[in-house]
Design a protein around this ligand. Sequence first.
Ligand code: SF4
Ligand code: SF4
Length: 503
Amino acid sequence: MGSHTFKGGVHIPNPYPVEKPEIKQVPPPEQVVLLLQQRVGGEAKPCVELGDRVLTGQVIAQTAGQFPINVHASISGIISAIEKRPIPHPSEIDAMCIVIDSDGKDEWIEIEKCDKDFLNCSAEKVIQRIREAGIVGMGGAGFPTHAKITNAQGAHTLIINATECEPGIMCDDSLMQEYPREIIRGIEVLMHACGAKKVIVSIEDDKQEALNSLLMYSFNDRISIEKIPTKYTSGAEKLLIRALLNLEIPSGEHASDHGILCQNVGTVKAIYDAVIDNKPLISRIVTVTGSAVKHPQNYEARLGTSFAQVVECSEPNNQEHDIRMGGMMMGVDIPSAQYSICKITNCIFVNNKEPDRVVKECIRCSSCASVCPANLLPQQLYWHAKSENIEKALEYNLMDCIECGCCNYVCPSNIPLAEYFSFAKALDRKLKREEIRIDRSRDRFEFREFRLERNKKERAEMMSVKKIALKEKMAKDKEKGQVQKDKITQAMARIKKTKEDNA
Ligand code: SF4
Ligand code: SF4
């Protein structure tokens, strides 16, 4: 049993809490733009063509490889484009998308039922159903759920992460209040799929209504619902495990290496939908909040719906906005609301534009170190990241940084420390790729040298064999010529003798 808390982290009040816990439904839009590239794994390949009519829930693209993730039509209608579109990312990059124009019918495809009782299905069949439904980690990580369950087969403990990952995001709180029965049932499906005997649902102590709702439906004595203090970053997987089980997962290792499977509560609801309700992942809960909206609220929106349509429901003001996808700490700033909801869009922050904060020199106050939940020394890391001394940054455990931004939050000099660490990690990846590239070029060069040398040697050996054979042939020919010569001399001698005898 753990202490249910951890060193470091920060208490951040939610600046714009939702007015009501109900989840409002955003009507199916007239057009959806569905992203084919998920956060993890390769780009899905379309299995439909331009002009095809598709039904809601139909698979329209599939990925192969290690982490296959299906993409489904989130409305019924006509495929009007398969092309690159801008995706919600600070780099403003494009990625392949499928665009569907609605026919206004929202007609569903018939999906074969798993079984009346999922307990009659094997764990493999349940995992396959989760894979086919295109479910990824709904907390924002986006890792394919079926792969995570497969990796954790035989886990002894299942942890359901019902702590909102960061301040501002409120979708899980509403989800637990609206769908407690489905969540408890989804947990039971997950227990069956991974084999865990024990489940801990971890929930922050400021979510009493959600906790009461879950308790009303939780009759399984293998499931315990445990409160943890409301503190950012309690939702980070390794910190949660440390807090609940007093177990430290070493750097470079995963929870599954220690017999633990962690799943977000939103993922559990998606599992319920897929296995019990036969619905693939075609919508998700999104929080719309921020200083520029009149009504912070949670919405259920079809995947591919534009941010603008969802934001409009919260009545944004007419000023200029800063838009952020994700929470106030780890979210990413995006240039506008002209993007579409994807599987990992848990929150859209719409804030009034504010002047950039002035960054000052580090005053060595150590505040950053005192809040770091990963026990790092952010100030030292910052010097090395800033000077691009990646080797030194790695010595200071750069890779253990979870980029939570607690250090940014307390830094009196407004230094964007987490951004430096993210940049340093990206640089490390680039250098490693470069190293691999150089290693490969060297290997190619060495192989070419070896091949040329080997060819030369083989040619020399061949020439030598030919030379010997020629010599032998010449010697034989010479010998043969001599025998012939001797025979002629002998014949001549015989003729001469015959002539002399006859004279
Ligand atoms: S909190 Fe900011 S100013 Fe203080 S030591 Fe850390 S980086 Fe420097
Ligand atoms: S961003 Fe990294 S260094 Fe900063 S507090 Fe979080 S884990 Fe520590």
